[in-house]
Design a protein around this ligand. Structure first.
Ligand code: UDX
Length: 447
């Protein structure tokens, strides 16, 4: 059955969700308070780099030749309220300034703006990552503010999409989790997700707090797995062992598994770092802070990777950065994304620059964002240009383009053939064969 769906907040999550809802056959109205963003999306352009999303937009956004016309955009809450049977809230919950806790103001404002226009029975579904307990609070607020009263229901339906794979993760998720109370919510959400459910995607129905916790727990587990292998990398360095081989050997045990066991510069981005911090802050409020003290260590191990990389780079520069040129390959927090939020690569680049080196950055997609955030770094249009005269090359975000680089050709540009692989994915033998000193985090040094 075709539903009329609105998606409030058209950032990474919302723009993807809106386009994917249209792809699933629903009539969709995307809402954002930023008219420029709305105009861009309506024109079929995506304000960020997300593979496959622009194609979906053009296929469904009204006004494009041959489109289904099922996807439209607006800035009006009244229009959204009149249109929708189901309203998804997809606004972001960044880390509060100077605190670990999540900033709920965008979610709260979205609900407060929508609710007074809800005059008939409707379902509001939260997708944002929120502190446990938020759904229950928002449900009461919704029933109070909406003219429809208790007939305006709330459900929680956390999002697990990865940037760079957002479209695939939304259309074919690992699981769909819904936190509901009594009412029509479950039935309506089964209709929203009828196609993936038919395809066999597990549909987990639970209460509000459990649904909220699934997201916090999932991201904490992933962060812990990454910091675990990075802690092993630290031990490997001191013991002369190889963390890449260690990780591969661990991965053969199906109970452990090889995913998210890639040692290197650690995690960044708009989710994992802030989500584990918000989770710790919330656990503290609930009197369960002891349960999550390990996440503090997960966070410290992760941040230590960045300082370790700076140290290694300094060593490679002969003990000091003054007058040295450093090439940085990668600015995005991970490959296949132009997102630079809490990017380990840019964090390292900026630290090195502050310590006196001349740092030149190249990234296949994140250059514009990086330039805006770190205008004092130098930027180049190719890895070769970035490497010009460099005393060391730092490989900090593992784009395919960097794996495919020919080390012999690159070697003709640099002052010294020294590479530091912050992601443990370059072919060490190939680089060494081309005359490079290859050094990585958690692997034995071979000169
Ligand atoms: C993450 C979760 O995966 C997703 O389910 C959630 O909804 C949002 O947060 P995302 O931030 O897009 O998604 O990135 P992800 O692919 O999870 O990578 C996170 C970070 O971990 C990146 O900086 C990546 O480079 C790093 N990472 C990942 C490692 O350092 N090692 C690994 O083995 C895997």
């Amino acid at each position: 059955m075709t539903l009329r769906i609105t998606v409030i907040g058209t950032g990474y999550l919302g723009a993807t969700h809106a386009a994917c809802m249209a792809e699933l056959g629903h009539e969709v109205l995307g809402l954002d308070i930023d008219p420029e963003k709305i105009a861009t999306l309506a024109a079929g352009r995506v304000p960020m780099y997300e593979p496959g999303l622009a194609e979906l937009l053009v296929r469904h956004a009204a006004g494009h030749e041959g489109s289904t016309g099922r996807l439209r955009f607006t800035t009006s809450y009244q229009e959204a309220a009149e249109f929708g049977d189901v309203h998804f809230i997809c606004t972001n919950t960044p880390q509060k300034k100077g605190e670990f806790a999540a900033d709920m103001s965008y979610v709260d404002t979205a609900l407060d703006s929508l609710a007074p226009h809800l005059t008939r029975p409707t379902l509001v579904v939260g997708k944002s990552t929120v502190p446990v307990g938020s759904a229950s609070r928002l449900a009461e607020r919704l029933a109070t503010l909406a003219p429809a009263g208790a007939a305006a229901e709330l459900a929680w339906n956390p999002e697990f999409l990865r940037e760079g794979y957002a479209v695939g993760d939304t259309l074919h998720p690992d699981r769909i989790v819904v936190g509901v109370r009594e009412g029509r919510a479950e039935e309506l959400l089964r209709e929203v997700y009828a196609t993936p459910i038919e395809e066999g995607v597990p549909f987990v129905v639970t209460d509000y707090p459990t649904s909220e916790l699934v997201k916090a727990a999932a991201n904490s587990f992933l962060a812990t797995k990454i910091s675990f292998i990075n802690a092993m990398a630290e031990v490997c360095e001191n013991a002369g062992a190889d963390v890449v081989q260690l990780s591969q050997a661990l991965a053969h045990d199906p109970r452990i598994g090889g995913k998210f066991l890639q040692a290197g510069l650690g995690f960044g981005g708009g989710c994992l770092p802030k989500d584990i911090r918000a989770f710790m802050a919330r656990a503290g409020e609930l009197g369960a802070d002891q349960a999550l003290t390990f996440l503090r260590e997960v966070d410290s191990i992760n941040m230590r990777r960045r300082s370790r990389m700076v140290e290694l780079a300094r060593e490679q520069c002969g003990g000091g950065f003054l007058g040295r040129r450093v090439a940085v390959f990668g600015a995005a927090f991970k490959p296949n994304s132009d997102d630079i939020r809490d990017s380990p690569a840019l964090n390292v680049a900026a630290q090195i620059q502050l310590q006196g080196a001349q740092v030149t950055v190249y990234d296949p997609k994140a250059m514009d964002n990086a330039r805006k955030m770190f205008p004092s770094l130098a930027y180049a249009d190719s890895p070769f240009e970035a490497a010009e005269g460099a005393h060391v090359v730092l490989h900090l975000t593992e784009w395919q383009e960097f794996r495919e680089l020919d080390p012999a050709t690159l070697g003709t540009f640099v002052a010294e053939r020294r590479v530091l692989d912050g992601r443990n994915v370059l072919d060490a033998d190939r680089w060494r064969a081309a005359g490079w000193s290859y050094r990585a985090m958690g692997r034995p040094t071979v000169e």
